[in-house]
Design a protein. Structure first.
Length: 130
């Protein structure tokens, strides 16, 4: 989790939780600009969390991290929750910050120069300050 946190701007406030249920409590209580979740969570899958988020807060960026790199799973994830970004752990973690930085820059949450110089990554649920 701490690796992915280094991909975000320094003024970012991070809320890390263990379960999707805990994330739902936070999401219902506050306005998040980005939620990053692992697919495999206790009791409720991260994909289900992102599916809820898509309907509840459609402007929140949705990022899924997963060990699954199979095309069929990635298509299912895209159709079910429409994540803005899927980071596969079987891929190249050094590219995660670049991909996340590009997504944040696209939403004007991070400058392009900051995105290019960001470190490396892992996983967590995050919120940026307003």
């Amino acid at each position: 989790m701490t690796h992915l946190a280094r991909c975000l701007p320094t003024e970012t406030t991070i809320e890390a939780v263990v379960t999707a249920e805990d994330a739902l409590v936070l999401i219902r209580a506050d306005d998040f600009q980005i939620v990053i979740t692992e697919h495999r969570l206790p009791r409720m899958a991260g994909l289900d969390l992102l599916r809820f988020l898509r309907g509840y807060a459609p402007d929140t960026l949705r990022v899924l991290t997963t060990n699954f790199n199979q095309a069929s799973f990635l298509r299912q994830a895209q159709a079910a929750a429409e994540p803005h970004l899927v980071l596969t752990k079987t891929g190249e973690p050094e590219k995660w910050c670049v991909e996340l930085g590009a997504l944040l820059a696209q939403r004007h949450l991070l400058s392009v120069s900051d995105a290019a110089s960001a470190p490396t990554a892992s996983r967590v649920e995050k919120r940026t300050t307003h």
